[in-house]
Structure formats: C-alpha cells, structure tokens
Design a protein around this ligand. Sequence first.
Ligand code: ADP
Length: 463
Amino acid sequence: MFRSVKIKLFLWFFLTFSLILSATGFFIYRELGGIVIESIDNHLHSEIQFIANLLEVEKGKIEVELQEASVGEYTVPYSGHYYQVVSEDDIILVKSPSLADSILPLSPIESLPRNAPRFETSTGPKTQPLRLMSQLFTIQNKPIIIQAAEDLSDSYRIIDSFRSVILLILLGVFLLSGLGGLFIAGMALRPLNVFSKKIGLITEKNLNERVLIEGLDTELKQLAKSFNATLERLEQSFLMQRQFLADASHELRTPTSVIKSYCEVTLKQERKVEEYQSALKVINEVVTKISFLIDKILEVSRLDSQMVMRPEKLDIMDVLKDVYHLMLPLAEKNGITIALHGELKTVVNGDRERLVEMFTNIVDNAIKYNQAGGRVDIELCLINKKDASISIADTGIGMPQEEVDRIFERFYRIDTSRGEIAGSGLGLSIAKAIAEAHHGRIIVQSEIGTGSIFKIYIPLVFQ
Ligand code: ADP
C-alpha cells in the first residue's frame, strides 16, 4: 500500500513506539488504581479488626463500646467513612452515625467466607461509589457480620485526573515522536537520495564514470559496488557493440566499393555483351561474399542478444559423423585427408544444429588453413569424467603464439591469412559463443608451419 520507504520506516517506528508507550501508560494507570484500592482495603481491614476487638472485649455491651469507637470522621453524616454490625437475621445492631438514616448494602451470611474478609465495590447511601468490606465473626457463639466502607469518589477523582494526565502526556509524546520519526526517517534516507542523484547523472555518454565508494555509508557501499560492476559490464558491452558496428561497416565497405567502381567503369561507355557479362560475374561474386558476410553478422548479433537453444540429449559421435560427411567434399576438393577417430558413446545435452555449426566452423578453418596434401583429424575422447573432449588437429600453416588468444575476437583475422584465403573473421567467435552456451570451452595449441589443435570440451550428461 505504502510505496515510500520513508513512510514505511516512519510508520514502523511510530507504531512500535506508540504501542510500547500506550502499554506502559495503561500498566501505570492500572497499577495506580490497584495501589489506591489496596490502601483503602488495608484501612478497612484494620478498621474492622478494631471494631471486632471492641466487641470481643466487652461481651454484652456491644452498643456502648462501639459508641466509644465511633469518634471523629465516623460521626459526621455521610463523611465517607462507614461501618455497621449486623446480626445473623440481618438486624443492624450498631452503625456509624455517618450513615444517618441509611445502611450499607447487606451481605447474606451464607455468601461470606469463614475467617476471611470479603471486599466489593458497591453503591453508598448517596449513590456514591463505595469500597465495602464484610467479615463474619462469632461473638458469644453467635454469628455477627461487621461491615466497613469508604467512599471511593475522591479516589476515583485522583485516578481519573491521573488518567487525564497520562493521556495528555501520551498525546504530547505521540506528536513529538511522530515528528521526530519523520525527521529521523528523512535523515536516514538522505544518503540514498544523494546516491540516486549521483547515478542519475550517468548516461550512455559517460558510461566510464563510477560512483565514488569512499565516504558512503556502509549500507550504500555494497549498492555502489554492485552498481559500478553493472556499469562496467554495460560499458564493455556498449563498447563491444560500437566496435562491432564499426568493424561490420568496415568489412562491408571494401566489397561495396568494388561493386560501385565496377558499375561506374562499365557504365562509362557502350560495351560489348561479353564485357557486361564479365562485369556482372565479378559483381555477382562480390555480392555473394557480401551476403555471406551479412549472414555471419546477423548470426553474431543474434548470439549477442539471446542464443535460442533447443537442447536435447545427443551422442556427440553422431554429431561429429554429420560434420565429417558435410566437410568431406571440401577436404577432397582442397586435397586434404580428413579422418574421424573414436567410437565412444558420449552423451551431452546440446543443440544439434548449433554444435554442428561450431564443429564445421573449426573443421572449415582446419581445411582452409592447411597445406597441400595435409590432414585433418577429428577425435573424440574422454579426458576426465566430466567432459567430452573433441580435438580437431590439422597439419596446416599454424599461428604465431601471440595471435592465438585473439582469433576468437570478432572480425579478427591473422594478417597472413587475409587476402589469400576467404573468410570473415567471425567463424571462431561464433564457435566460442556456442561452446559457452553449452557450458563448454575451446583451447588452442598451434605452431607455425606444423599445424594447430583445437580442443573443445562439452560437459557430459550422466544417465
Ligand atoms: P576466418 O573467417 O578468417 O576463418 P575465423 O574466426 O574462423 O575467421 O578465424 C580467425 C583467424 O584465425 C583466421 O583468419 C585465421 O588466421 C586463424 N585461424 C583459425 N583457424 C586456424 C587454423 N586451423 N590454422 C591456422 N590459422 C587459423
């Protein structure tokens, strides 16, 4: 319901604080009420014991002795201090003059406990609230009830005014704590606002900027670190995309300018049919290259967004057999011997089409960058219990060690292979992306003039 952290913080603080405070106020109020009533009860108790003692000392002279006890406050009519002595048949034997014509509410003898007083809150002669104590005594073998009572009006007034004071204090504290809570919540969240303003200033134009971690509160440090890491990744992918766009346009520029100049030269004058045919032939070849390049570029950008995989349990040997048959004609055309080794049944979880594409890209290179009469050996083996290992070895031109790490970059082609052998520089970057999508990896060993070995590891599926 509440979408603001500040309001949530404030409400939690305020509700908790109010609950504790209200409970404390209520507890104090109840305790005070209890203390007041308890002190009245004690007073009544000693009063009744006093009256009972007088009755016991002077047997037979109940009325006379009690008159002596009924001094001071007990003589003033409706003074608020009352007593009465009642016989077993509810006859009032003696009562305090303060009662005047009235009597205290009678307690039936059967309802009274033996040897213990009974306290109750009742209504007095002038309908004022009374605290009444009744106790059963045996005088001259006869049951006698002694009752004493105190007017509770004053005590109730004290308790009521105490309640008003507590309510007033609570109201003040609620108000102050509410304002304080809002202030504290605002203060606590201020660094977050500062932080949000800082990150609000970062756009695609200054993706290289980072949020300064020093000086931030501990809680925000982690947030800033994660944010900076996200920025780092964003910047990398932004730069990669920019580079990709630049490279792609660069790669397309050469063939398009070839077409343009061919068209311009051919159209300059009237030509023979054969000349037009030869120009169109060249243009057709270049257009074929362009469309191949565009296909690769599209493929790479598709890999960049989200590689759609249709994984299934595959015997990798079946996949390699497909690759072998696919590449055999090219190998024969180039005078290269190609062989497939290993008969292991090795199951991986993969996308057949993608894996075929990955292996063909590598085998295609092994044939392309080979030497006359060379070999390509595809071998499947298990180097450990976790991965299927496929090695594709050629006896080709090889690569300098410092270039090996770069061949998986997009559009990267080793200078020596540029020009002489057709290629886009995208095949290995696609192969790497496919291997990674299968949680696998590719390792390359190469030596100039001797050849290269590409080792591909794909995790096994355990059945
Ligand atoms: P290309 O279309 O140029 O073959 P790749 O991404 O497939 O693009 O390969 C990148 C570069 O790596 C190639 O231009 C080539 O120089 C080098 N390369 C790849 N495979 C081999 C290999 N088997 N032997 C020698 N060089 C290779």
